[in-house]
Design a binder for this molecule. Structure first.
Ligand code: ZN
Length: 225
């Protein structure tokens, strides 16, 4: 009964992988810049294992990120006569959702409290924490109401107040009411929403944040007061 293991440096440098980019939207080709490959055999279970750690660079926007994969010789499932499906695990850091682009550097224009809760909600969304993402979305709406001094004793009235003050458009307010009820369900019933629902709600909230905070600052910078 012998087990062996070895480590190889930069074995996969130059290899290309198509994965979601944190900056570009959708999948892009990433090139491996640095890699450490570990592999071994576990004779007790009669299997081989492989761990790969890579620093990767998007060939579009050039941003660097990190990828880690792990699999064993048991992780290939035969799906047809000459076809196998890989069942190993892949972790990417920062984590990401294909096709979703957050506010990126523009988040700097948000007030501090709002920026913090926004970043935490993005993290919850991309790290597969749907209940926390739902609660976070509602907290963003609450923070906007507080920051804009909306009046009313509940969030429903506060959103309407922001619409009557023209901070929000009537259709923007309607959408925020949907996000509000989504946050209610997450907080009180611990009910997770689907990634698609949450992604859509986040797009709507980001659109509002751009309208209310980011565009006015950008216009001010470009055109002056
Ligand atoms: Zn990119």
């Amino acid at each position: 009964m012998t087990s062996t293991s070895k480590e190889e440096l930069n074995k996969s440098v130059g290899h290309e992988i198509r994965i979601p980019c944190i900056k570009c939207s959708g999948r892009t080709t990433h090139e491996v810049v640095v890699s450490v490959d570990q592999s071994g055999t576990e004779s007790r279970y009669d299997l081989d294992w492989y761990h790969v750690y890579q620093i990767i660079r998007c060939k579009g926007c050039k941003i660097l990120s990190y990828r880690e994969t792990a699999h064993t010789s048991e992780d290939y499932i035969q799906i047809s006569e000459d076809e196998y499906e890989w069942q190993g695990s892949e972790k990417l850091f920062p984590s990401r959702i294909e096709g979703r682009k957050d506010l990126g550097d523009d988040a700097i224009y948000l007030p501090t409290d709002l920026r913090r809760i926004y970043k935490e909600t993005v993290d919850a969304l991309t790290n597969d924490s749907p209940v926390l993402a739902g609660i976070g979305l509602r907290a963003i709406v609450e923070t906007v109401c507080k920051e804009k001094s909306a009046s009313g004793n509940d969030l429903y009235k506060k959103i309407n107040d922001l619409a009557s003050k023209h901070v929000l458009t009537p259709s923007g307010a309607n959408i925020l009411h949907k996000v509000r009820s989504l946050g209610n369900k997450a907080a009180h019933e611990v009910k997770p929403h689907t990634p698609t629902q949450l992604s859509l709600a986040m797009n709507v909230v980001e659109h509002m944040l751009r309208d209310v905070y980011i565009f006015p600052k950008l216009v001010e910078e470009e055109f002056g007061e």
